[in-house]
Every structure is written in structure tokens, then in C-alpha cells.
Design a binder for this molecule. Structure first.
Ligand SMILES: [Zn+2]
Length: 191
């Protein structure tokens, strides 16, 4: 029942054709569960409590908290709340989302695990960012962390190059904001 969402690549490796989903099927912006429901944080799970690993350097810590604040600013609901630090990250954290640096394959900026129940309500999440993220441009760090936090809300990867939920980020991009189609999808559950 747990789906692993592999994070984005550091580099845009090919010129893939951009396919923008039509507005009538915006639910494709969410991770679709095995019984065809969009995975999302149900009201009972909000705010999502998270802890930042003690191995996260101060500058990345800032990027992480600013990224959570960005998502919070988009909703009238309180989506995320930091409740402290975490020393070691285990598989199950009792509903608290750990976010830490870890060893990931090169070119993978981050990895998010999302566990959901039969109704599509997310009950378990975890983000691991690649150790190498510290050596990337700040705008890229933001784009990676914003993307991974999008997965915490159930948003899936997209093919739209402009969007936060695109799988790839590149060195020369500015800090991304949600594009209109992502904002529409987001508002389905998080207005
Ligand atoms: Zn992703």
C-alpha cells in the first residue's frame, strides 16, 4: 500500500515533449491510488507535523523551512508545522514526517515516500534529500524541496517543464512557483 515516489533529476537530460493535462482531468495531478482515488492529506491529518534531521546544515534548514512556508502560504488551512529535530530516521515515525539528508543515487535530488489508506488519505510520509543538495545553487535547492513537499500533499510528478511538479530541475532556473494547472489541482483539497 505504500508507494515510493522517486524524486527529480538534477539535470534535464532530454528534450521531452511537454504534455499539459487538460483542465477536465486535473486529478491526474495527484498520485492515483490502486482503487483510483487521488492520494491527499485528509483534514484529520492537518497540519502535517514534520521534523528536520540534525544532520541538515543551517543553509539547507532555511531552504526547507522556507519551502514549507511557501506551501502554507497557498492555503487558508495550516498545512505543515515543524515540531522539532530528529536524530535518526527510521522507517516508521508514527505519523510525523522526517526530512533529512541521505545517500541517494546521483542525479536524484530527493525521494519522498507516501503511504495512503483505502480512501486515499495519506497517513505516512518521509522525505530524504540527497547529501549533494548542499553543493547546488540555492534556487535549485528550493525547487527540489518544494517539489518533494508537493508529494507530501499527494501531488504527482508532471511533464510540464514550467511546473514545480516536473521531474527535472536545471541549474539555471529561478525558484519556481506553482503554475496555474498545479494551483487548480492543489485547491481541490487545500483551499
Ligand atoms: Zn517527484
Amino acid at each position: 500500500m505504500t508507494k515510493y515516489v522517486i524524486g527529480l533529476l538534477f539535470l534535464l537530460t532530454s528534450c521531452a515533449t511537454t504534455i499539459q493535462p487538460p483542465l477536465s482531468s486535473i486529478d491526474v495531478q495527484y498520485i492515483i491510488t490502486e482503487n483510483m482515488k487521488p492520494a491527499h492529506q485528509c483534514d484529520k491529518s492537518l497540519p502535517v507535523f514534520y521534523m528536520i534531521g540534525v544532520n541538515v546544515p543551517a543553509d539547507i534548514y532555511m531552504v526547507i523551512t522556507e519551502s514549507f512556508n511557501y506551501w502554507n502560504s497557498l492555503s487558508n488551512k495550516k498545512l505543515f508545522m515543524q515540531i522539532g529535530y530528529i536524530k535518526e530516521v527510521y522507517d516508521s515515525e508514527g505519523g510525523i514526517t522526517p526530512i533529512s539528508l541521505g545517500a541517494l543515487p546521483s542525479k536524484v535530488g530527493g525521494r519522498t515516500r507516501v503511504g495512503y489508506d483505502i480512501d486515499g488519505c495519506i497517513f505516512e510520509t518521509k522525505i530524504v534529500l540527497n547529501f549533494d543538495i548542499q553543493y547546488l545553487p540555492v534556487s535549485m535547492q528550493h525547487n527540489i524541496v518544494r517539489h518533494e513537499i508537493g508529494h507530501l500533499l499527494g501531488l504527482d510528478d508532471s511533464n510540464n517543464k514550467e511546473g514545480i511538479m516536473n521531474r527535472s530541475v536545471s541549474y539555471h532556473e529561478k525558484i519556481k512557483n506553482l503554475i496555474p494547472i498545479e494551483l487548480i489541482a492543489f485547491k481541490l483539497f487545500y483551499l
